[in-house]
Design a protein around this ligand. Structure first.
Ligand code: PHB
Length: 386
C-alpha cells in the first residue's frame, strides 16, 4: 500500500479541494469552522490514520467545504499513536488554532488523553477510530462514530455457540479494547456453555505471536477468538499458518479487525473461511457502499476502505448535519445535543447516535473471508440489527 508518511503529505491529501487562506480577519474567522484531526499518520497504526483521513476527505469532496454558511477547514496532525503527542497537539490546536472540533483518534489511549481537554474547552470530541466502551464516559463532549469491541464480541460469541464451536482460546492485544473484546466474548460464550481454557494477551507493540499461538495450539480448541488492532493483521495470520493451526483444524473467529479490509490481500488465500463480526465491510452490498468503495479506491492511496474510513466519513456527516441544525453556531453545549438521536444512512448501513451514551447504534454483520473476482473480501452473510 502506498502511504503518506508525514502529516504534511497527508495534509495536502486531506485538504485538497478545500480553500485554505493564510491570514484571516476576525470577521473571516467567524465564517470558518475548524476541525482539528489528531491521527496516527506514522508508526504501526499508520493505516488507521490514513483510512480515517481518507474517509474525511471523501466526505468533503462529496459534500463540499461549506456548511451552514461557513467554510470548513480541516487541520490534521500526526500523533504517531502516542497519547502524550495527542494531548499536546490537541492542546495546541485548541489554544492556537481555536478549533471547533477535535476529531480522529486511531487508538484508545489517544482518545483517552484528549477527553479532559474536550471537557475543559467544551468542544465536541468525535471519536472516529478507537473502540473501547468507556471512551464515551470520559467526557460529555465525546460522540463516537466508530463502534465498540463489545458490540462485535457479543455477536461473535452468540454465532460461535450456535455453530458448534464449543472450545475457544482467546487471544487479544493487551490494552483496553483487547480487554473489552476478551471480557464481552467470555461473558456470552461461557454463559452459553462454551469453554475457554486459555486467555492469552499479546503485547501491543511489535508482538511475536509464535509462542502465544503454540500455547493456543496445545490447548486443542475448536477456534481461536482474536482481537488485534486493524492495520496490523498480516503477521498474526502468517504465524497462525506457520504454526499449523489451520492444519490442526483450529479456526480463526473474532472481531473483524483481524481481517481488516485494507490489508486483507497481504494475508494470503489461506485466510479464506475466517469468520468475524464487524460493522463494516468494503464488500457491503448497498448502492451507497458500492459508490463509496469505488470512490475511496480511486481517490486515495488505499486498497480498500475499512472500518476506520467509515468512522471518518460518518464523523464528518455528524459534524455537517449538527452545524446545519445549529445554523452554524459552534460550541459543544449546542452541537452535542444536536448530534444526539441523529440517524442517517452510512456506507455501513443505517446508524444513529444513542442520546444517552453518545455512542453509535449500528448493525453488526457476520462475515466470512471469500475470494470474489480474484480479490479477498469479508462477505457478509447475517445481519444483527443494532
Ligand atoms: C483501539 O485502540 O481502540 C482500536 C484500535 C484498532 C482497532 C480497534 C480498536 O481495530
Amino acid at each position: 500500500m502506498a502511504v503518506a508518511t508525514r502529516s504534511s503529505t497527508f495534509g495536502s491529501v486531506l485538504l485538497s479541494g478545500l480553500a485554505i487562506s493564510c491570514a484571516f480577519t476576525a470577521a473571516a474567522q467567524e465564517r470558518i469552522v475548524k476541525i482539528g484531526a489528531v491521527l496516527p499518520l506514522t508508526g504501526p497504526q499508520q493505516s488507521n490514520g490514513i483510512q480515517i483521513a481518507a474517509g474525511i476527505s471523501r466526505y468533503v469532496a462529496q459534500h463540499g467545504d461549506t456548511v451552514a454558511g461557513k467554510k470548513v477547514q480541516v487541520i490534521a496532525k500526526d500523533d504517531g499513536a502516542v497519547a502524550d503527542n495527542s494531548k499536546r497537539l490537541a492542546q495546541e490546536m485548541v489554544v492556537n488554532d481555536k478549533v471547533n472540533f477535535l476529531v480522529g483518534f486511531g487508538i484508545t489511549p489517544t482518545a483517552f488523553a484528549v477527553s479532559p481537554l474536550a471537557s475543559q474547552a467544551k468542544i465536541p470530541q468525535i471519536v472516529m477510530g478507537a473502540e473501547t466502551s468507556s471512551i464515551t464516559e470520559r467526557s460529555p463532549y465525546v460522540v463516537r462514530t466508530s463502534g465498540t469491541l463489545a458490540q462485535k464480541s457479543v455477536i461473535m460469541a452468540e454465532w460461535a455457540l450456535k455453530n458448534g464451536i464449543k472450545k475457544v482460546v482467546s487471544i487479544v492485544s493487551d490494552y483496553a479494547p483487547g480487554i473489552d473484546a476478551e471480557t464481552f466474548f467470555k461473558e456470552t460464550f461461557v454463559r452459553g456453555g462454551g469453554q475457554i481454557p486459555e486467555f492469552i494477551r499479546t503485547p501491543l507493540a511489535n508482538p511475536d505471536f509464535a509462542p502465544f499461538l503454540q500455547r493456543a495450539r496445545d490447548a486443542r480448541p475448536d477456534a481461536v477468538f482474536v482481537f488485534q488492532p486493524a492495520g496490523d493483521n498480516a503477521s498474526f495470520i502468517h504465524q497462525y499458518l506457520e504454526r499449523g493451526l489451520d492444519k490442526a483444524g483450529i479456526r480463526i473467529i473474532g472481531a473483524g479487525d483481524i481481517v481488516d479490509d485494507d490489508l486483507l490481500y497481504s494475508a494470503g488465500d489461506q485466510v479464506i473461511g475466517a469468520v468475524t463480526a464487524d460493522f463494516y465491510s468494503a464488500y457491503h452490498q448497498s448502492v451507497m457502499n458500492k459508490e463509496y468503495s469505488a470512490a475511496m479506491r480511486k481517490a486515495n492511496n488505499i486498497n480498500q476502505p475499512n472500518i476506520m474510513s467509515v468512522g471518518g466519513y460518518d464523523g464528518m456527516h455528524l459534524i455537517y448535519e449538527a452545524l446545519k441544525k445549529t445554523n452554524g453556531v459552534t460550541g459543544g453545549d449546542v452541537l452535542v445535543p444536536a448530534m444526539k438521536s441523529m440517524s442517517w444512512e452510512s456506507p455501513r448501513g443505517p446508524v444513529s447516535i444513542d442520546p444517552e451514551t453518545r455512542d453509535i447504534i449500528q448493525n453488526i454483520y457476520m462475515r466470512k473471508v471469500e475470494k470474489v473476482d480474484g480479490k479477498l473480501y469479508n462477505v457478509e452473510f447475517e445481519t444483527f440489527n443494532g
